[in-house]
Write a protein that binds this ligand. Structure first.
Ligand SMILES: Cc1cc2nc3c(=O)[nH]c(=O)nc-3n(C[C@H](O)[C@H](O)[C@H](O)COP(=O)(O)OP(=O)(O)OC[C@H]3O[C@@H](n4cnc5c(N)ncnc54)[C@H](O)[C@@H]3O)c2cc1C
Length: 424
């Protein structure tokens, strides 16, 4: 457990409040802290214990394809009707999910896809460099491996179904090589014979332990003077149209600026300021196997299964599935168990007798597949950084750099207009 520091910055009017100690909030806090800006991070829970603790660890600058591409949409009805499908919405949640899904579908138009993928490419392109820099600064570079990533397809027809995705990636300069079966075996000998074609992305990396990564940043922050406060933010203090601090379950604390980085819980906080952000939690699961008998060198992604299989320092992790069921429903062990079959499909010799307890996390998802990053127009002193969806680990260090620059008044290196909160 990270010790809460007690150096008395809380309530200092020159400090910045970061709401949420997930990988996004922690990365922002680090970028503020290294610029000499006093920072107070509020989270009632252990740092990095939300969605950031259990993701697949893939650092994927090439994942510039928005989720709502028409190819995916065509397969949605089939997936919804199949209880074992990669996308699941319990019937009781259909009505609640419908408005979000309608907006999601509206972003599948080719003109929208072009704009969204450009914004994602701008944000993700420097992701590995930013992780490298941050992890070097905190003395934890061992957490990242520049491993590449390997997508797996059963046959030519399956690869052709994804052709539009790969063309879109190529149009943004994402490098990849198409591999024959023998070349797959050279990289990953234990991949099952069912997968005959591979696509290898050399410019991809992985975290060997996303939870340790978050904790290492939190520890480095505390060691270098930032304050981590176990309080839940309930709302904001303001004077006219300027946010002057946060109101927590323990009282009010003044700050010169406030960053909302509370992952899937961010929209409800911002409602108190009049924002109606269509943030939906896409619940995903993982299972780790300590004794899987598999030796992988990089994340593999069997495309038909829509899961990531990553060799973590804690064991072999299979992670994925999308379940839209809200923030409060209990995790479903049945959904987690579907991952076993995905794992066996890709790695037939895997041993699955000794799984760790399954894990579930809430991906913070906006219908256009873009996060919200930056200042708000309506409220001076208020910044947002949430909604990173399926790629929050990837974009975390780059998001930290952007928000650090914004708050300290430095120029930002990319067009951040697509990330404005006012687009909703
Ligand atoms: C199965 C799965 C696999 C994934 N794989 C990958 C991957 O391979 N690569 C990748 O890039 N991304 C991946 N992701 C996505 C990634 O994990 C998320 O996008 C990322 O963790 C989001 O980080 P966050 O900091 O926004 O949210 P979180 O980590 O959820 O942090 C939010 C924090 O805010 C706190 N909070 C909430 N409300 C309040 C409040 N009122 N006051 C104070 N604090 C509050 C919470 O306690 C929490 O600690 C995956 C996700 C899942 C579920």
């Amino acid at each position: 457990m990270i010790e809460t520091s007690r150096n008395g910055q809380r309530g200092r009017e020159d400090s910045v409040a970061v709401v949420g100690a997930g990988i996004i909030g922690l990365s922002i806090a680090w970028h503020l802290n290294k610029r000499g800006i006093p920072v107070v991070i509020y989270d009632p829970n252990e740092p990095g214990s939300g969605c950031s603790s259990g993701n697949a660890g893939a650092i994927s600058p090439g994942s510039v394809v928005p989720l709502a591409m028409t190819g995916l949409l065509a397969s949605v009805p089939g997936m919804l009707l199949n209880p074992a499908g990669a996308l699941h919405i319990p019937m009781r949640y259909w009505l609640t999910a419908f408005p979000w899904l309608a907006r999601f579908v509206s972003h599948a138009r080719p003109s929208q896809v072009r704009v969204i993928s450009k914004a994602l490419a701008d944000l993700y392109a420097p992701a590995i460099d930013h992780h490298h820099q941050l992890l070097t600064e905190i003395g934890a570079i061992d957490l990242m491996r520049k491993s590449g990533q390997l997508y797996l397809y059963r046959d030519e027809r399956q690869l052709q179904d994804s052709e539009r995705d790969w063309k879109l990636r190529a149009s943004h300069g994402v490098a990849f090589d198409i591999l024959k079966r023998g070349e797959i075996e050279e990289l990953e000998p234990q991949v099952g014979q069912a997968y005959q074609i591979g696509v290898f992305l050399p410019n991809a990396a992985m975290s060997v332990n996303p939870q340790r990564q978050a904790l290492a940043i939190a520890q480095a922050l505390v060691s270098s003077g930032a304050e981590l406060v176990r309080e839940r933010v309930l709302g904001f203090e303001h004077s006219g149209q300027t946010i002057t601090g946060v109101r927590t379950d323990q009282g009010s604390h003044p700050h010169r600026a406030t960053v909302v980085a509370a992952g899937a819980w961010s929209a409800s906080l911002l409602r108190t300021l009049g924002y109606r952000v269509p943030l939906e939690a896409q619940r995903g699961y993982h299972v780790d196997f300590k004794d899987a008998g598999i030796s992988l060198s990089r994340p593999i992604i069997p495309a038909d299964r829509k899961v990531f299989i990553t060799p973590m320092e804690t064991g072999l992790r299979v992670a994925g599935t999308v379940e839209i069921a809200g923030l409060n429903a209990a995790p479903s062990e049945a959904r987690a168990k579907l991952l076993y079959e995905d794992l066996r499909a890709a790695l037939p010799s895997v041993r699955t007798e000794q799984p760790d307890p399954f894990w579930m996390g809430h991906r913070p998802c906006l219908p256009d597949s873009l996060p919200v990053i930056g200042p708000t127009e309506k409220w001076a002193g208020l910044f947002s950084a949430f909604g990173h969806g399926h790629l929050g680990l990837t974009a975390s260090a780059a998001t930290g750099d952007l928000v650090g620059r914004m708050i300290s008044g430095e120029p930002v290196p990319i067009n951040v207009a697509p990330f404005r909160i006012e687009r909703f």
